[in-house]
Design a protein around this ligand. Structure first.
Ligand code: NAD
Ligand code: UFG
Length: 336
């Protein structure tokens, strides 16, 4: 039985991926410093699967502690989610973002190398397509960024590419996620942002709960069908399953391979608000405000490569994503 180290496994996407890994018969070791999550999500993973994930409350910035996780477990491959992810915060605290995301990744890669573990699936982002490419985004497009968070993804991809070039035994899959939303069908795990959410669906969920008065729509003068921003929303469980497909791919293929994980379909802010209204049975009042700095009009994936290399395709549509988000929100109004 294969043992997978999941860094950031207590977080939103990591916890859903742990569920899929355990259900598929993998042994799972989670490394997380809980800076943006709670240990309770590890208990919830067990509640869903009936199986234990071994948990280390460890910071990747602590190299000795990270090494210890490898010396105490025979890790076959790593899925690397751990990182800070708030775009606005990264503009205010660039050093913290570069130190945590890049420093943490370097420590992880050194620990992997020393222990002869050379398979990694990395959480990259559609943000690496920057502002100069046109949709649908394909993996061969040039990468760039507009903020420190985005640059950490661009830089880590470069580091991973260099490692795979220097040592042909490495297998690196960099998964470029589009907009993950939704929650596990059980309502036991989901997205749990601290404070006022930055992202669209967690914000709408708070409006639906009555904790926030209305949705601020950041601009309705984009060159899109209804003037609001278009994104490729993907159900987090579909996304989690994409990681299992990437692990299988890395068993048979070496080198550096970026792959988009999206649905290939764009939805506007107003379409998402409407779908959420249907899911929660309440009105979501909207207020049009000026554009948010750094936002683009369109973002959606070309999903050809994921289908071809991974044999993976997203299954759920927007209605299911919103229904599962609402189910989680109602069951966990204060978060996990
Ligand atoms: P999350 O914040 O819920 O999960 C990240 C986890 O990493 C958290 O549990 C946090 O405690 C942990 N962590 C952070 N720094 C750490 C460190 N130094 N050592 C150990 N643990 C640490 O975020 P998520 O939404 O699950 O995202 C997971 C990954 O996917 C991130 O790398 C993120 O940048 C990337 N990503 C997310 C999205 C999105 O919209 N959610 C989109 C594209 C890419
Ligand atoms: N939006 C609003 N009101 C809000 C929040 C968002 O109108 O309160 C709009 C945005 O302007 C955008 C859309 O909803 O048009 C989606 O915004 P999100 O903040 O949910 O997502 P982004 O596409 O801006 O960015 C997200 C992550 C990034 C990641 C990117 C691609 O936050 O980290 O997806 O994966 F890089």
């Amino acid at each position: 039985m294969k043992t997978i180290l999941v860094t950031g496994g207590a977080g939103f996407i990591g916890s859903h991926t742990c569920v899929e890994l355990l259900n598929a018969g993998y042994e799972v070791v989670v490394l997380d410093n809980l800076i943006n999550s709670k240990e309770a999500s590890i208990d919830r993973i067990k509640e869903i699967t009936g199986k234990d994930a071994k948990f280390y409350k460890t910071d990747l910035l602590d190299y000795e502690d990270t090494l210890k996780v490898f010396s105490e477990n025979k890790i076959d491959a790593v899925i690397h989610f751990a990182g800070l992810k708030a775009v606005g915060e990264s503009v205010e605290k660039p050093l913290a973002y570069y130190e945590n995301n890049i420093g943490g990744t370097l420590n992880l890669l050194k620990a992997m190398k020393i222990n002869g573990c050379k398979k990694i699936v990395f959480s990259s982002s559609a943000t690496v397509y920057g502002v100069n490419n046109t949709v649908p985004y394909t993996e061969d497009m040039p990468t760039s960024a507009t903020n420190p968070y985005g640059y950490t993804k661009v830089m880590i991809e470069q580091i991973l590419k260099d490692i795979a070039f220097a040592d042909k035994e490495w297998s690196v899959v960099s998964l470029r996620y589009f907009n993950p939303i939704g929650a596990h069908e059980s309502g036991l795990i989901g997205e749990n942002p601290k404070g006022i959410p930055n992202n669209l669906v967690p914000y709408i969920a708070q409006v639906a709960l009555g904790k926030l008065a209305s949705l601020r729509v950041f601009g309705n003068d984009y060159d899109t069908p209804d003037g609001t921003g278009v994104r490729d929303y993907i159900h987090v469980v579909d996304l989690a399953k994409g990681h299992l497909a990437a692990l299988k791919y890395s068993d048979a293929n070496k080198g550096f391979q970026p792959i988009n994980l999206g649905t290939g379909k764009g939805s506007s802010v107003l379409e998402v608000a409407k779908a959420y209204e249907k899911a929660c049975g309440k009105e979501i009042p909207v207020v049009i405000t000026p554009r948010r700095a750094g936002d683009i009009a369109w973002s959606y994936a070309d999903t050809t490569l994921a289908k071809k290399l991974l044999g993976w395709e997203a299954q759920s549509g927007l209605d299911k994503m919103c229904a599962d988000s609402w189910n989680f929100t109602v069951k966990n109004p204060e978060g996990i």
